[in-house]
Design a protein around this ligand. Sequence first.
Ligand code: AMP
Length: 213
Amino acid sequence: MRIIIFGAPGVGKGTQAKIIASKLNIVHISTGDILRTAIKNETELGLKAKSIVESGGLVPDDIVAGMLKDALKEDRCKKGYILDGFPRTLAQAEMLSEIFKELGTETNHLIKLEAKDEIIVDRISNRLVCSVCGNILAKKLVTNNFVCPNCNARDSYYKRKDDDEEVIKNRLKVYHEQTVPVFNYYSYKAHIIEIDGTKSIEEISMDILDKLM
Ligand code: AMP
């Protein structure tokens, strides 16, 4: 199965993409995770992307599309994938169509997670991320000496720099201006699944799996 998960920053794409990938035994490709790893490892890509990511802007289309193409070429993607955080602009959607043509593949489903901006700002301001595996948890759940329930790392949870309230507002503005139009691009190209992103994590996964099957 080849899926795009779509929605505003903080709506729960990453959390749901991980669950769906594991349930369907497909690969989770998050351009945000690839960029954060590059920033952490101070690679050439990371150094270029750092200030853009930290201010909530978008990394140039050709750079992200190149990263994504490299990921999709990997053998492990043959079993299917879920794209999280890409495409984020119309130009990226068009580049993705070209990549699909070249690789002889395409998307079957687009899952759109929906929630109001106020809910998202509140959620992102109160979340922490595991620096080792990228798992996301509500701040109130993370105590001293906390062990990550996903990868067992200790004291690995931190607040992403771009989860600061002012940066979140910028990310939402960028989403409404540049990413929302991508949804229309797919309206005739993929099976669209619209999901209420305000329910619990478990309910949302069940809704998604129900509609995918
Ligand atoms: P995410 O984890 O998907 O919220 O992405 C975090 C940040 O990485 C975004 O706010 C952007 O700065 C950058 N980023 C991730 N995916 C893309 C993309 N497809 N195009 C441009 N920038 C991206």
